[in-house]
Design a protein around this ligand. Structure first.
Ligand SMILES: Cc1cc2nc3c(=O)[nH]c(=O)nc-3n(C[C@H](O)[C@H](O)[C@H](O)COP(=O)(O)OP(=O)(O)OC[C@H]3O[C@@H](n4cnc5c(N)ncnc54)[C@H](O)[C@@H]3O)c2cc1C
Length: 404
């Protein structure tokens, strides 16, 4: 069954005092940010892009970065769903809590989300600080950097010696009331060994935004990728060139304009959530192994963090998480690289992002999620005939009727 909810959009209700906003599920994040901005509200944390629908982003466990914040689904207060029998139900922490635990990151398996009630925060500004740092230094200071910044991540070109460290920190806002406190606590003093993150450098002019994001990160990088695809033996050198060309910048903008950046160079991706304390070992193994791959890697590795949460199939379930995403430019061989990555993260109980490439099945997923069988049971209760089933869900959960 395929449903198109692209016309099912917009905000249904909003309480600017509590920050609770009810949104139709087909709303794209881009449209949502604009609508929330008009209300003086924002989502507490976001991923890299805003083209997805709210329901699609939630259902696949989409996340951003921030050691004291969970993925997007942790911002959900309640969901309305149409179940397989056509009934419309509401679920929340107090109403049908098991359905709520399953449906917040539900892969479309338990019903059609019709509306989402989000707990938003007052609009806020982010001070962005990005700078190249030797990768070894970043790994050594990883915990301190994660703790000292509201939103910390880094990109590392696999043959380069430097990583691009991004530190986004919230600026105090006049309107920040109790709802903001629900989003994130105060960060410890910034810095953590690196030069302190710039805390307010003003907005980036439009021309510079165009130059940095469109020309350098998309057009120029896309050209290097095409060169690499045409002549793969040059990829390690092109990779080192990209790494050496990393430059510093700092600017201030409204939160979603900092979180979200244009992504026009096409790639394939696999991402795993690993226990935060395993990050250094995983990266060390990846650094040793990548140069031995027969097909070189053109795209950087991205590392982010998130706080533990309590959502059954969240990749951050009950553990503070580091996310490691590997990418390859579209059209270049990636399977051996992704297999290698998967074999490394398997050793530390890595959990795959539900919306990105991975090869796990029910047998391998079950030990990773304490409530895996609870999810299957709830699914069987609300959709005994697997009307919402598809081949991906069969791979993830086995035959839906096993619990019926
Ligand atoms: C360039 C790029 C950057 C990305 N960046 C990030 C990132 O920073 N962080 C991150 O975590 N992920 C990221 N992703 C992954 C992305 O967030 C997910 O793939 C996202 O879920 C896709 O949303 P969609 O609207 O296309 O959903 P779809 O592909 O349409 O659906 C995804 C899933 O959601 C289910 N679903 C959709 N609508 C409903 C509904 N109404 N009710 C019930 N189930 C529903 C579907 O059944 C399906 O299982 C990125 C992806 C791309 C391509």
């Amino acid at each position: 069954m395929a449903l198109d909810l692209s016309l099912w959009t917009g905000i249904v209700a909003a309480d600017t005092r509590t920050g609770l906003v009810t949104v139709r599920s087909g709303t794209t994040l881009r449209a949502l940010h604009a609508a929330l901005g008009g209300l003086g509200l924002a989502m507490a944390n976001l991923g890299d892009i805003d083209a997805q629908t709210l329901a699609g982003a939630l259902s696949t466990g989409t996340h951003g970065t921030g050691a004291r914040l969970g993925g997007l689904a942790t911002q959900v207060e309640a969901l309305d769903l149409v179940l397989a029998d056509g009934s419309l139900v509401t679920c929340s922490a107090s109403t049908r809590p098991e359905l709520f635990a399953a449906a917040r990151v539900g892969l479309g398996a338990v019903g059609v989300i019709t509306t989402v009630t989000l707990r938003c925060v007052p609009s806020f500004m982010l001070a962005a600080d990005e700078r190249p740092v030797p990768i070894q230094e970043v790994i050594e200071q990883f915990d301190a950097l994660a703790a000292a910044n509201d939103h910390f991540e880094f990109y590392w070109f696999p043959y380069g010696r430097k990583a691009l460290v991004k530190r986004n920190n919230r600026l105090p806002s006049a309107g920040a009331g109790p709802a903001l406190a629900a989003g994130v606590g105060p960060a410890p003093a910034a810095g953590a060994g690196l030069a302190p993150a710039v805390r307010d450098s003003g907005p980036m002019p439009d021309w510079r935004r165009f130059w940095e994001f469109e020309v350098m990160e998309n057009a120029a990088f896309g050209t290097l990728c095409r060169l690499g695809r045409a002549a793969p033996r040059f990829i390690p050198a092109l990779n080192q060139l990209s790494s050496a060309a990393l430059s510093s910048r700092s600017y201030t903008d409204v939160s979603h304009r900092v979180f979200v950046t244009p992504r026009r160079v096409h790639f394939v991706e696999s991402e795993y959530a690993v226990p935060r304390e395993s990050l250094a070992d995983v990266l060390a193994e990846l650094r040793r192994a990548v140069p031995r791959l027969a097909d070189p890697v053109m795209f950087p590795v991205e590392v982010r963090v998130a706080a533990a949460d309590d959502i059954w199939l969240s990749t951050g379930y009950r553990r503070d998480t580091a996310y490691i995403a590997v990418h390859q430019y579209v059209g270049l061989p990636y399977q051996a690289y992704f297999d290698l990555f998967e074999s490394i993260v398997a050793g530390v109980a890595g959990r795959p992002h539900w919306g990105k490439l991975h090869s796990l099945d029910a047998e391998r997923l079950r030990p990773l999620y304490p409530h895996f069988d609870d999810f299957r049971r709830v699914r069987a209760e609300v959709d005994p005939e697997a009307r919402f089933g598809n081949s991906y869900l069969t791979q993830m959960f086995g035959q839906a009727t096993a619990f019926a």
